[in-house]
Design a protein. Structure first.
Length: 186
């Protein structure tokens, strides 16, 4: 193959090396298993640099889902439950899985049905952000349940990025108009 991707055809190795030298390019074997082997005229240093940049960009855009953990107690107050539910929602919106754990102490261990009830209540309240991946299960003195997000991590990151850009644009627009941005004092 030529430098711009055109088919040159079957050429002897000596002729191909001469063509590469004339074009000031390298002769690179692209498909060694093919019969005859496929070679291409290209700038090998530039090719290596571009492939390294592509690999770096793909690693940057890759998002790893983490398993976040929230711990509850069986006798949790209403306000504390709402606060911890807010944390669960924030994790799910960020695209992370959440492991919800209830710790039983003393006589509470004889009432696992209350823990199941509490976990089901939490699962019902966060259904628009995630689904139950593993049902409540008793592990010694703890009961655990895993909730998986509805959005993938990459989608959640792009949504958050768009939201931040929209807020920034609104602040800049308000600054140009001379009015204070939302949340700022006059």
């Amino acid at each position: 193959m030529g430098p711009s991707g055109e088919q040159v055809g079957v050429v002897r190795v000596e002729d191909a090396l001469r063509l590469a030298a004339e074009a000031d390019l390298d002769l690179v074997e692209v498909a060694p298993d093919a019969r005859p082997p496929v070679c291409k005229l290209m700038d090998y240093g530039k090719f290596k640099y571009e492939s390294a940049m592509k690999a770096r960009d793909s690693r940057r855009n890759q998002a790893n889902t983490q398993l976040k953990e929230i711990r509850f107690r069986l006798k949790i107050d209403k306000h504390d439950f709402e606060t911890k539910k807010g944390h669960v929602v924030r994790f799910l919106e960020g695209g992370d899985k959440v492991k919800v754990m209830i710790m039983f102490r003393g006589r509470e261990q004889s009432r696992p049905e209350m823990g199941i009830r509490l976990l089901h209540r939490l699962a019902e309240e966060v259904t628009e952000f995630g689904t139950v991946e593993s049902q409540p299960r008793l592990d010694g003195r703890n009961m655990t349940m895993v909730i998986a997000p509805l959005k993938k991590k990459t989608q959640a990151k792009s949504d958050q990025r768009r939201k931040r850009e929209a807020e920034r644009a609104a602040r800049e627009e308000n600054a140009e108009a001379g009015s204070p941005a939302p949340g700022e004092r006059e």
